[in-house]
Design a protein around this ligand. Structure first.
Ligand code: SIN
Ligand code: MN
Length: 275
């Protein structure tokens, strides 16, 4: 069944789960043709030579592509999908704009890990975002299983503030350290282990096209891809319009500059079904 809006009751249940755990699966899935179209766009963009295309350290293997909604019309249509916009507005509580768009590719056998971290540390320290009133939607373009480097989250950790903030004098100002596996801001492995002992941990698994939301402050990581299967993960971050940083300096493909509310628009090529 095609879903054009989200029922009110389901939305309030989703919001309770999201507020409590800092992540939640969403009851929707992009159909096969939509996933195939997005994969084609990712392949075409990955082959381009442009700053938005980031490689694994010391290699020509593509690690991620950024800001695609600003130059690719299919990605531009995706961020306007009425269900995504409605979910973002409900879970954040107000009008939203696109803060970030990226696809982390995690190539088979080659895709490197993301250490434990909190996204809001980057956005507050580097961009001056005031509050974590933003939301990530994760849409895998490949089936995600335990061995191809799934996202791993610590439930409820979004409510505990930011951990292990760096000494400001240690900042390098190099945005590449925000997109490589040598991340500028991490949560220490010891702290994460202690939190996992208390709260447990959840692997975000799911088929291609599935949909999860996760909070900017949740402690999360993902391992190397040790399998023969690629794990491309498309991530859209919406931010509350009244939470837009005043003077961001990182490149616009990491920090969206167009802070006007996203205008929802249906595109018949991008079909969400009930999960
Ligand atoms: C990943 O692609 O596994 C990590 C994504 C993230 O940290 O947001
Ligand atoms: Mn992250």
């Amino acid at each position: 069944m095609t879903v054009s809006t989200v029922a009110g009751t389901a939305l309030s249940e989703l919001k309770s789960a999201y507020d409590k755990d800092g992540y939640c699966p969403l009851p929707h899935r992009f159909d096969k043709a939509s996933v195939e179209l997005l994969r084609q766009r990712v392949a075409a963009i990955s082959a381009q030579s442009r700053p938005e295309v980031v490689h694994e350290k010391g290699s020509d293997i593509v690690r991620a592509i950024h800001g695609c909604h600003e130059f690719d019309e299919v990605c531009a249509a995706l961020v306007r999908h009425p269900v995504l916009v409605e979910l973002a507005e409900t879970l954040i509580g107000g009008p939203v704009y696109v803060y970030q768009f990226k696809v982390n590719l995690k190539q088979a056998r080659e895709g490197a890990a993301w250490p434990w971290h909190q996204d809001f540390t980057f956005w507050s320290e580097e961009d001056g975002m005031s509050r974590p009133d933003a939301i990530n939607f994760a849409i895998p373009l490949d089936d995600v299983h335990e061995d191809n480097g799934p996202l791993l989250v610590i439930p409820g950790s979004h409510d505990l503030g930011l951990f292990d903030l760096p000494d400001r004098s240690a900042q390098t100002g190099d945005w590449r350290q925000h997109v490589s596996n040598d991340l500028a801001y991490t949560v220490s492995a010891e702290r994460a282990e202690r939190m996992v002992e208390e709260r447990g941990r959840t692997l975000i698994l799911g088929g291609a096209g599935s949909l999860h939301a996760f909070h900017p402050s949740i402690v999360h990581s993902s391992s190397n891809n040790s399998s023969e299967d690629r794990r491309a993960l498309l991530l859209i971050t919406y931010n509350a319009v009244d939470n837009a940083p005043a003077n961001p300096t990182r490149p616009s493909f990491l920090v969206g500059r167009d802070t006007t509310p996203v205008a929802a628009r249906h595109d018949e090529r991008l079909v969400l079904e009930s999960a």
